[in-house]
Design a protein around this ligand. Structure first.
Ligand code: XIL
Length: 463
């Protein structure tokens, strides 16, 4: 009896032990490999690399031009590789690729590794899409104006600017020649000639004219800075200026930035400008009211009045303040739209930040003008030439912005304006406000007026 019991115990021990061993085998799932940065990147390929996974017999390599691996580069759809690297060949120059791997045994395949992004060297050789921006923008379900910031000197018939403007753009904003310090030479004295040339160009060529900007702290004429009258007299000067300019261009300019950049970058306060100091906290509302009254008196009841500012997608106290200003202007029934300058970089703002910001304007029923778009690629001054990597991220960022804009409800769309034509003429490297030390390539055309990948990105955003 005792022996029988012992035998049972021994056999039970063996059976349990073998059972747990089997369990161990089943439980042993294949580790996920880690893909590493590529080596030897050249014009038509690179060496993809990854880490060893114990027990694996081989690896399956995917290479794609899409981050989601919707499609695969021929021969690189789960290509079996026994090594820990593979020289990928037959690719295009100057092109963005992605790769990932899985580990494999005879019976198992692991999860996908992380995705590695790599841009081949050289130029892509793929010509940019030559479609004209406004032609494609006019074909979308809810079209909008495609705008360009211009200078009067560029508008000579037959100049490259003139040809590009007429082909590609349906709206213009004066880069600086319709600001107060350009138009107003003394109290009640105006230099209309340059601004008139810009407005006439738009009007004769069927191009929308956006007025930029009636009141801006960075464009106060010297005589007004030095004005020695009382605060009430100062306010009357501003009122006279707004009234005279809006009247002069009534029916010729479709919209005006009435006040530009009234909110500070710190703590969501009002910016401490000469206008705030001389006219008090209600000055923004007063300026809008004067603009509206002048337009109505001139018989232009359709003039659109915008408040315009920058960095509201990333600076939330500033965003909040802009929208509280907007609420006051809405209560007074004097505002039609909001201008989002969008002097962006290849890293910022994110898609979500832009959408949150614009959606607040949608919720308030405002027209939205992306009013001064440019996308820097060298804000840290870490490149000396426009690299393929930056070219492609910039293209993606332009595409993202246009896609967000194009998806807005019809009632909120107005225009998306690019702040300058050629990279070498952009205000970005020269601005004392931005403190951007190096060169940059923020726009849609290079110094030879050739379209860049950013231009193709703009077009792709309309798909
Ligand atoms: C800039 C122009 O690009 C420059 O040519 C000019 O010297 C200064 O102003 N926010 C605005 C624009 O609202 O008017 C500014 O334009 C850029 C920042």
């Amino acid at each position: 009896m005792k022996i029988k019991f012992l035998l049972v115990l021994v056999s039970l021990f063996f059976s349990l032990n073998s059972c747990s061993k089997e369990d161990n085998d089943v439980a042993e799932t294949l580790e996920t490999p880690t893909a590493n940065a590529p080596k030897d990147v050249n014009d038509n390929g690179f060496k993809a690399k990854w880490n060893y996974v114990s027990n694996s017999k081989s690896y399956l390599l995917d290479v794609s031009t899409s981050e989601n691996f919707d499609t695969f580069v021929a021969n690189y759809n789960a290509k079996p590789v026994t090594d820990l690297n593979e020289v990928v060949v037959g690719l295009l120059g100057g092109t963005q690729y992605y790769y990932r791997v899985r580990a494999k045994t005879e019976t198992e395949i692991s999860d996908y590794s992380n995705v590695i992004s790599v841009v081949t060297t050289g130029s892509s050789g793929i010509p940019e899409d030559p479609t004209f921006l406004k032609v494609k923008a006019n074909k979308v379900a809810n079209p909008f104006f495609v705008g360009m910031a211009i200078k009067a000197s560029q508008l000579t018939t037959g100049s490259p600017y003139d040809i590009i403007l007429k082909n590609e753009f349906s709206s213009i904003s004066a880069e600086y020649e319709m600001k107060m310090d350009q138009i107003s030479t003394a109290s009640g004295v105006y230099n209309w000639s340059v601004a008139d040339k810009i407005v006439a160009y738009g009007n004769t060529n069927g191009i929308n004219v956006h007025g930029h900007a009636l009141v801006w702290h960075n464009a106060v004429p010297q005589w007004l800075k030095n004005f020695s009258g009382t605060d009430a007299e100062f306010a009357l000067e501003v009122k006279k200026y707004i009234t005279d300019v809006v009247t002069h261009y009534a029916g010729k300019v479709k919209s005006w930035d009435v006040v530009n950049e009234a909110v500070d970058d710190t703590d969501g306060k009002m910016r401490n400008t000469i206008f705030l100091q001389r006219m008090g906290a209600n000055y923004v509302k007063d300026c809008f009211q004067w603009a509206k009254n002048a337009a109505n008196a001139a018989g232009d009841t359709k003039l659109l009045l915008f408040y315009n500012d920058y960095a509201t997608s990333t600076n939330i106290p500033k965003q909040d303040k802009v929208f509280s200003l907007v609420d006051d202007l809405k209560t007074a029934n004097v505002i039609d739209g909001l201008g989002f300058q969008m002097h962006n970089t290849y890293l910022s703002p994110t898609k979500a930040q832009i959408e949150t910001d614009l959606n607040k304007a949608v919720a308030k029923g405002l027209k939205i003008h992306v009013s001064e778009l440019d996308i820097q690629v060298n804000q840290f001054n870490d490149i000396t030439t426009f690299t393929n990597e930056r070219r492609l991220v910039q293209k993606a960022k332009y595409k993202e912005m246009v896609k967000i804009y194009n998806a807005l409800p019809v009632a909120n769309k107005y225009a998306l304006t690019i702040w300058g034509m050629r990279d070498n003429e952009s205000w970005i490297p020269y601005s004392t406000d931005l403190n951007h030390v190096g060169n940059d390539w923020p726009l849609l055309y290079d110094s030879n007026f050739a379209i860049k990948s950013s231009h193709t990105g703009f077009l792709e955003g309309l798909d």
